[in-house]
Design a binder for this molecule. Structure first.
Ligand code: NAD
Length: 245
């Protein structure tokens, strides 16, 4: 699975799963553009072996996306791979959730992906080549306290299917639904909470960011040349069937 000579645009590439995706694509030969709200993304871009670019901006702001895509195309001439990874959560029970919490999560997680696809898909269609990977979540099925986040991730899975239909045959569009991944968020849980959670996972451990990055590499490379409009659960079996013991 290589992406030698390809140009990849990774949103939220400055931390956690996005940083692992950027590093994995870089090692597999791609030039990576990291787009992130947080200036720390520059440090991740600096660790990459191939030529790279960091652009600071908000994925929910069309002007920022346009500026970033323009810089990427000016510097590297094209974009072959788009990874929609930037995501946030503001958990709250439905009846207590504010309109602001709803809007913010939907704007970043769902509108952000719409805006990047809208901007980058014409470039890919023009070059008759493109690979888009959207990072959804197992929460797309619905999850307690995550009305906003779950809806955004279900929306992203659905957007994947529509984009796959509209952008075929030149561009493939797929999504990945990670389970619980060992990022600073999981580490911040207390030991008892972590233990309880891990018991629910058939594989008895959380995943690591590199395990998500490897599945991204599959979708971003020509190893997946006949795969489009799919959703792959990468969750150690967490969502496979009922576990009513
Ligand atoms: P993270 O917080 O470590 O990284 C997210 C990155 O996105 C950060 O660098 C952040 O600055 C950036 N970002 C946030 N809002 C942005 C915006 N408006 N514009 C541009 N960049 C923005 O999170 P993570 O755990 O690595 O999660 C990455 C993706 O994976 C998210 O979409 C998340 O929903 C999804 N996911 C994570 C897990 C998990 O267990 N960690 C599970 C399922 C899905």
């Amino acid at each position: 699975m290589n992406v030698q000579g390809k140009v990849a645009f990774v949103t939220g590439g400055g931390s956690g799963i996005g940083a692992a995706i950027s590093q994995t694509l870089d090692k597999a030969g791609a030039t990576v553009i990291i787009f992130d709200l947080n200036e720390d993304g520059r440090m991740v871009a600096d660790t990459l072996q191939q030529e790279s670019l960091f652009v600071q901006g908000n994925v929910a702001d069309q002007k920022d996306i346009k500026r970033a895509v323009q810089s990427a195309v000016e510097k590297f001439g094209r974009i072959d791979i788009l990874i929609n990874n930037a995501g946030i959560f503001r958990d709250q029970k439905l009846m207590k959730m504010s309109e602001e919490e709803w809007d913010l999560v939907l704007d970043v997680n769902l509108k952000g992906a719409f805006l990047t696809i809208k901007e980058i898909a014409p470039i890919m269609k023009g070059n008759q080549y493109g690979k888009i990977v959207n990072i959804s979540s197992v929460s797309h099925k619905g999850n307690f306290g995550q009305a906003n986040y779950s809806a955004s991730k279900a929306g992203l899975a659905s957007l994947t299917n529509t984009a796959a239909l509209e952008l075929a045959p030149e561009v493939t569009v797929n999504s990945i639904a990670p389970g619980s991944i060992d990022t600073p968020l999981f580490q911040s849980m207390d030991e008892k909470g972590k233990e309880k959670f891990i018991k629910k996972i058939p594989m008895k451990r959380v995943g690591n960011p590199e395990e998500i990055a490897q599945t991204v590499l599959f979708y971003a490379s020509d190893a997946s040349s006949y795969v489009t409009g799919t959703l792959l659960e990468v969750d150690g079996g967490l969502t496979t069937g009922l576990n009513l013991r």
